[in-house]
Design a protein. Structure first.
Ligand code: 5RP
Length: 231
């Protein structure tokens, strides 16, 4: 699933630009993936070079380990239930700032963390920006409920495929111990309406449609464009 972009320069531009939003004293949600990894590393550099003081709340084992290696102090949502800011990557984003996330199977924690933040910023390169969302929607599922969830998603018009691990036999197991289905709905006309139909299916832990993005840092050839939510 991690094939949306190989544009690492653009990812770096967007990721590092968003790191400048962080001010001393902030508690910041740290997303998952190769774009926000640049944000985390830049924040680590700011801690070392400027004495920036921040506390991070990671969204995955990946972001936790990278933050620790970068010298960022960590906290938890139990200790800091309201975050000043959350920064994360995306697999696709449209002009209304609806987003599909979960290419790294971290969307459940990413949603909890971003919904705990006063401001949610997405960092992405131009290849992620589309007129209409169309990537398969990642859905985290209790293993026990797989067959029921599969049938319900099919009845919504989706084609679910259980995500397989790359360097392990069998399915991907999330940081929460669950499975992930990638559900192809074709071109998604109304992301919010689709999200509202997926959420109540028994056994669905969380889906990868996000409607809570405040701002997009989009790396284009000539610089990073900042697009605010208008809806
Ligand atoms: C992880 C995610 C990532 O943020 C998304 O897959 C983007 O990753 P990358 O920046 O590596 O392209 O949602 O679950």
């Amino acid at each position: 699933m991690k094939d949306a972009s190989t544009n690492s320069n653009a990812k770096r531009m967007a990721g590092e630009a968003a790191a400048e939003l962080v001010k001393s004293g902030m508690v910041v949600g740290l997303g998952t993936g190769s774009t926000v990894a640049w944000t985390i590393q830049r924040l680590g550099a700011r801690v070392r070079e400027e004495g920036l003081e921040l506390l991070g709340v990671p969204t995955s084992f990946q972001s936790e380990h990278l933050a620790i290696a970068s010298g960022i102090k960590l906290t938890s949502l139990n200790q800091h239930p309201i975050l000043d800011l959350a920064i994360d990557g995306a697999d696709q984003v449209d002009a209304d700032l609806f987003v599909i996330k979960g290419g790294g199977a971290a969307h459940t924690r990413e949603k909890v963390v971003s919904c705990s933040a006063k401001r949610f910023v997405i960092v992405a390169d131009e290849s992620k920006f589309v007129q209409r969302l169309s990537r398969p929607v990642p859905v985290e599922v209790l293993a026990f409920a797989t067959r029921l969830v599969e049938r319900r998603l099919q009845s919504l018009g989706g084609s679910p495929v259980l995500r397989q691990a790359m360097r392990k036999d069998g399915p991907v197991i999330t940081d929460n111990g669950n499975l992930v289905m990638d559900v192809d709905f074709g071109s998604i006309q109304d992301p919010r309406a689709l999200a509202a139909k997926i959420s109540p299916i028994p056994g669905v832990v969380e889906h990868g449609i996000f409607d809570n993005v405040d701002e997009l840092y989009l790396a284009r050839a000539d610089g990073v464009e900042k697009i605010r939510r208008s809806r």
